[in-house]
Structures are given as C-alpha cells and as structure tokens.
Design a protein around this ligand. Sequence first.
Ligand SMILES: [Zn+2]
Length: 76
Amino acid sequence: MECPNCGSEMVKGNLIGDRYAIKWQPADKKLVAGIFANGGFALKDNSSLFGRPKTEAYVCENCELLTVDLKTQRKK
Ligand SMILES: [Zn+2]
C-alpha cells in the first residue's frame, strides 16, 4: 500500500489486541462506566479461533503514519 501523504511503500502489519476486538471511538464520545465504547465501531478480528484479536494495518516509516483500511478491516 502506498502512503497517502508521501507515496512511500507502507509496511504491512497488524494491530494486536489483548482479549477483545479493538474499537475506534470519536473523540467527542465518552466511555460508558469507563470501559464500554459508545458511538464508535469495532475493527475486524482476523485472528484464529484462540488467537489474540488482530486487525490488518499499514505503517509509513517516513511519515510515522498508521492506517487501517476500513473497507476491509471494519467489523460488519
Ligand atoms: Zn508517508
């Protein structure tokens, strides 16, 4: 994948969660009871049955930019 900022080739990798799927939440929303994400969405978990949650992501080492393609990595 090409970096949208500088055009360099990005390094393919994964965001690894601990136990549950990684979630994205808008900055103007708050966690419910300090733990439950509200008003955002979960990222797709590509792990095997007993593996840790894993979402494909790309890093541009030139811009230090991390990107996730939500067309394929957003949990449906
Ligand atoms: Zn870049």
